[in-house]
Design a protein around this ligand. Structure first.
Ligand SMILES: [Zn+2]
Ligand SMILES: [Zn+2]
Ligand SMILES: [Zn+2]
Ligand SMILES: [Zn+2]
Length: 256
């Protein structure tokens, strides 16, 4: 979901901002079109869409890569404020080591496991010394150690719970991506079939047209032949009637 730009002192280069949440890239990934996003932002986007949100080029989750090395270096070297700033931490660390710092930051708010009073990681040991639920004025070091141990296992349980949920979510996301991929393959198959059908139709049509042209040619030749015959017949008829007229002449004379 990105790091708030307010947590950085220097101006952050626009290329290091997520194109979706507009915060500074968190777990940055890059598309083949060079646009960069927080991993979580683009994964969520790709569940609903299969294109880059900036330029609409087709984009699949499997095409996402890590940032170019020079961008990665710039990103890692940005100085960011600890998230426990409001709780008094004044640390600014390179983004690369933020997680390391925050997971041990003395200003992280914590709750006393005995009296549930609010305190911080750094104050916890001192609080346990004076905690009202620890009636004895001085808490034996062994107790402090045990309490810290309890807290640690509580944290570990919470962490494992979180990891399980994360794995479940990832599985669900993978399944949805898979379904989407299958859907696309099916659609492509369908289109291929339609294309094939159109090709067949086209072949049949051009076959028909060829036949029609052939037929037309044949009937034209036929017509020409008939016209020729007609002309010859007329000629013969003409000649015949002329010679008959000549033969009939003497008869007509004797008739008179
Ligand atoms: Zn983002
Ligand atoms: Zn793009
Ligand atoms: Zn801190
Ligand atoms: Zn307490």
């Amino acid at each position: 979901m990105g790091f708030d730009v307010d947590r950085f002192e220097e101006e952050v280069n626009e290329g290091l901002l997520c194109a979706i949440c507009h915060d500074v890239l968190e777990d940055a990934v890059q598309a083949p079109c060079e646009h960069a996003f927080c991993s979580a932002c683009i994964q969520a986007w790709l569940l609903e869409d299969n294109s880059c949100p900036v330029d609409r080029q087709i984009l699949l989750a499997s095409e996402l890569r890590q940032l170019h090395r020079y961008m990665r270096n710039d990103l890692n070297n940005l100085q960011i404020r600890c998230q426990y700033w409001q709780h008094g931490c004044r640390e600014k660390v390179p983004l690369e080591t933020l997680h390391q710092h925050e997971s041990a930051c003395p200003s992280e708010p914590m709750r006393c496991p005995a009296c549930r009073a609010d305190t911080s990681r750094g104050e916890m040991a001192r609080h346990l010394q004076i905690c009202t639920l620890r009636t004895s004025a001085v808490v034996p070091a062994a107790d402090v150690a045990r309490l810290l141990e309890d807290m640690r296992s509580e944290l570990e349980a919470a962490r494992q719970d979180f990891m399980t949920k994360l794995a479940e979510q990832k599985l669900e996301m993978d399944l949805r991506l898979d379904a989407q991929r299958r859907h696309l393959v099916q659609r492509e198959h369908c289109l291929q079939e339609q294309l094939e059908e159109m090709r067949r139709l086209y072949a049949r049509l051009s076959e028909d047209i060829k036949k029609l042209i052939q037929q037309e040619k044949t009937s034209r030749t036929e017509l020409q032949r008939m016209a020729q015959e007609k002309a010859e017949l007329l000629q013969m008829l003409h000649q015949a009637s002329r010679s008959q007229a000549v033969q009939k002449l003497p008869e007509k004379v004797t008739d008179l």
